[in-house]
Write a protein that binds this ligand. Structure first.
Ligand SMILES: Cc1cc2nc3c(=O)[nH]c(=O)nc-3n(C[C@H](O)[C@H](O)[C@H](O)COP(=O)(O)OP(=O)(O)OC[C@H]3O[C@@H](n4cnc5c(N)ncnc54)[C@H](O)[C@@H]3O)c2cc1C
Length: 454
């Protein structure tokens, strides 16, 4: 072999997997996982966070979701129900001008800029000394007697292994119980996903005057011509910009790589079709518009664990408080079961519903707790509990549980001590000085009355 100056010859080394070790390993860096990792680090634990995606932030960043739902009470002056390390995210993005409070469906949601979320998360990871492993796919678990001892990961640079005492599964797909061979639940009827999009160079002054029903009427009238499948959904002007956030596509989200890739491509085709339709029918507002961001294929619900307890629609609708409640929300049931739209059940001003810790504990595993959209719940109940506010709260509870109970079975946890550790999220209600101006919704959904599809 010829040697060239300034170059050396290399060859694959058959070396052992690289090993990372933490007290706690969190799988998934979305709303649930990021909250769990940062809470655990705040409690002094050494944390490793793993994500198959190349970035930190899960779908909140990669799928460009754009709004944080489920944090506030309902009513004329909604107060915030969920608190924890993520408070600093809100303070930061509001202070930077990268967020706005929006009045919608009888409550508040927070609009945020996905890049601002990602950069905040990255700074937090560095400051807290969390070991980040993005681009790492969990492919195998090593377990003994119901305890996971290590995860085997594939990365572009070869295999690695993460050892920890406690594991928090915020993968959305319950990947740890799945790989551990536990039974899981799947909805018989698929819950649809969405490719979100951010349009730029839109005349947002004009758009702010359009009721949302204008877009819906156009899609109903011309949608077939453009191959559109979803007739209704949110369209938000991003405050202070010439951008518009579109949540107007529906796709299937099969748990198979090529199928999900093709679904993402189909969702982006629907985005393009929407833009073409809006340019033709609303040229004053959309003449110069372009797609600034296509989200990844957004996955709402896939698999859930079989937990110690199971949240039903009745639990959500009645607001019955379980003895092991660790989080609460008022977010509507938002079930995306039909291509044409979603079913919404909106709750009244006094309503709150709860998440039991038992729904986060997978049967058959003793050192694993799940947080986020793979807790044990009926599909329609999960259609409320999976939004970011409750995901943050679940992450906090999961971290507190792994701190309180560092060996033995998490199923034996002292529930009163856990509830005390997250008591803010069961009792405290705040009005936030950082929230700033409130963006009002136009159109019939502004009041949040009744059941309306989106
Ligand atoms: C289109 C769409 C719009 C939505 N809009 C909103 C909204 O506006 N506001 C709101 O509050 N909620 C919204 N949601 C709800 C959303 O589901 C949750 O807010 C949030 O994404 C769930 O967070 P999570 O932490 O459970 O999971 P995710 O954010 O999905 O994160 C899970 C992470 O786990 C990783 N992972 C999975 N498997 C593996 C593996 N084997 N190895 C390593 N990593 C793995 C994934 O890469 C992913 O990053 C929306 C959902 C969708 C799909």
């Amino acid at each position: 072999m010829t040697d060239y100056p300034g170059m050396k010859t290399v060859r694959i080394q058959h070396r052992a997997a690289q090993i990372y070790r933490g007290d706690v390993c969190v799988v998934g860096s979305g709303a649930g996982g990021l909250s769990a990792a940062l809470e655990a680090a705040r409690l002094g634990r050494q944390v490793v966070i793993v994500d198959a995606a190349p970035h930190i932030g899960g779908q909140a960043v990669g799928a460009a979701l754009g709004t944080i739902c489920g944090l506030f009470r309902n009513g004329p002056a909604p107060r915030r129900l969920t608190h924890g390390v993520m408070d600093n995210l809100f303070e930061t993005v509001f202070a930077q001008g990268d967020a706005a409070l929006r009045r919608v469906r009888g409550t508040f949601i927070i609009d945020y800029v996905p890049n601002a979320w990602m950069r905040w998360a990255e700074r937090q990871i560095v400051e807290t000394g969390i070991v980040p492993l993005p681009g790492a796919i969990v492919r195998r678990v090593e377990q003994r007697d119901g305890m996971i001892e290590a995860l085997q990961l594939s990365t572009r640079f070869g295999d690695c292994r993460v050892e920890a005492d406690r594991f928090i599964d915020a993968s959305g797909d319950a990947v740890l119980p799945w790989l551990a061979g536990q039974s899981l639940r799947e909805s018989e009827k698929q819950v649809l996903g969405t490719v979100m999009a951010i349009l730029e160079d839109v005349d947002t002054g004009l758009c702010a005057e359009y009721p949302r029903s204008l877009y819906h009427d156009l899609i109903r009238k011309f949608g077939r011509e453009f191959g559109l499948v979803r007739a209704e959904g949110p369209v938000f002007v991003v405050p202070g910009t010439r951008k518009l956030l579109l949540n107007l596509t529906h796709i299937e989200t099969p748990m198979e790589t090529a199928g999900l890739a093709l679904a993402g491509i189909e969702g982006r085709r629907q985005v393009d079709a929407l833009l073409t339709l809006f340019k033709r029918e609303l040229p004053e507002a959309f003449r110069d518009a372009k797609v600034a961001v296509y989200g990844n294929a957004g996955i709402r619900q896939t698999r859930t664990i079989v937990g110690r307890s199971h949240v039903t629609v009745d639990d959500v609708a009645t607001g019955r408080r379980p003895p092991d409640a660790i989080a609460r929300t008022t977010w509507p049931i938002e079930l995306h079961g039909d291509m044409a739209g979603a079913h919404w059940t909106i709750f009244d001003e006094d309503h709150i519903h709860y998440i039991p810790f038992g729904a986060m504990l997978p049967e058959g595993l003793h050192n694993v707790v799940v947080a986020g959209r793979c807790i044990d719940a009926e599909p329609a109940a999960l259609a409320s509990l999976r939004v970011m506010g409750p995901c943050f709260a679940m992450g906090r509870a999961a971290a507190a549980a792994t701190h309180l109970n560092r060996s033995g079975s998490l199923h034996q946890i002292d529930i009163a001590a856990l509830q005390d550790a997250v008591k803010d999220n069961l009792a405290l209600e705040t009005t936030d000085p950082w929230a700033g101006d409130i963006v009002s919704e136009t159109g019939p959904e502004a009041s949040g009355q009744g059941v309306s599809p989106a």
